[in-house]
Design a protein around this ligand. Structure first.
Ligand SMILES: NC(=O)c1ccc[n+]([C@@H]2O[C@H](COP(=O)([O-])OP(=O)(O)OC[C@H]3O[C@@H](n4cnc5c(N)ncnc54)[C@H](O)[C@@H]3O)[C@@H](O)[C@H]2O)c1
Length: 266
């Protein structure tokens, strides 16, 4: 199969993983490189970004690691500058960073709410604002934002700030899609369902419910009867980032094994 991202210059925000194994951002960065892209791997944790870059370089790909905090406008601007100076331009932004804090409406402090929105929404705006002029200079571009099925459905946990912020991210992407379509700039979101990542494994391990039990329930929930892998999300992202998706913009694509099509049994 020909490489779908040959010649593309891609920035992945949140390209590391919080633990051993494959997070969504790490898998996306590696898949983009396997598809021929040059990757700027950005993470607040420099060692995590370097680990991803080492994998890419070890496979014969091209990538550079950058330590940056997506909440800081100057960091995000530095990342875009680096894509242009190092790789000659910027074609794709993959925004993977996302956080959650538990709590329903009455338990969520304004501090928790703001901390979640600062990363899931505000920083996504910063990334888009910094990248748009560079994409224009490149003659077009594509954004892929990692949202969640939590943007459109409840999963039985109280996560009001997460759900509201991911819904806002979906709409931010659609707004970008409409506003910049005529410039050849596309914007899409992926809504992962229940994905087996190191972040989730750590969350499960920290719960009172037996970890095995919760993992088994997550696997049983979607019609496909398994949790997704970070590579399921990454392959969808590579398609949306590629020119094969050139007439697709403003979509929110569930990558969830059919989870959002089901309702709980009565
Ligand atoms: N795993 C799931 O079941 C699931 C489901 C739906 C959506 N998602 C979404 O997937 C994305 C996360 O996937 P992941 O497994 O790669 O997550 P992750 O938690 O492993 O985070 C990826 C990287 O982001 C980095 N990061 C955190 N804060 C940052 C900051 N301020 N600036 C720069 N980098 C920062 C972390 O250091 C980490 O290396 C999130 O947007 C999440 O909401 C996950």
């Amino acid at each position: 199969m020909p490489e779908r991202l040959s010649g593309k210059r891609v920035v992945v925000f949140g390209a590391g993983s919080v633990g051993p194994g494959w997070g969504n951002g790490k898998a996306a960065a590696v898949v983009f490189a396997r598809e021929g892209a040059k990757v700027v791997a950005v993470d607040v944790n420099e060692a995590a970004a370097k680990e991803t870059v080492d994998i890419i370089v070890g496979e014969g790909g091209e990538a550079v690691a950058v330590a940056a905090d997506v909440r800081r406008e100057e960091d995000v601007a530095r990342v875009v500058d680096l894509a242009e100076t190092r790789f000659g331009g910027l074609d794709v932004v993959h925004y993977n960073v996302g956080v959650s804090r538990p709590g329903g409406v009455e338990e969520t402090s304004l501090d928790d709410w703001s901390a979640v929105f600062a990363i899931n929404v505000d920083a996504a705006l910063l990334a888009a604002r910094a990248a748009l002029p560079a994409m224009r200079r490149a003659g077009g571009g594509a954004f892929v934002f990692i949202s969640s099925v939590a943007a459109v459905a409840s999963g039985g946990y109280a996560y009001v700030s997460y759900e509201a912020s991911k819904a806002a991210l979906n709409r931010l992407s659609q707004t970008i899609a409409v506003a910049h379509a005529a410039e050849g700039i596309r914007s899409n979101v992926i809504m992962p369902g229940l994905i087996d990542t190191p972040h989730v494994a750590a969350m499960i391990a920290g719960r009172a419910t037996a970890a095995q039990d919760l993992a088994a329930r997550r696997a049983a929930a979607p019609p496909m009867k398994r949790q997704g892998s970070a590579f399921d999300v990454a392959h969808a992202a590579a398609f949306l980032a590629s020119d094969a998706a050139r007439y697709i913009t403003g979509v929110a694509l569930p990558v969830d094994g059919g989870l959002t099509l089901t309702v709980p049994a009565a």
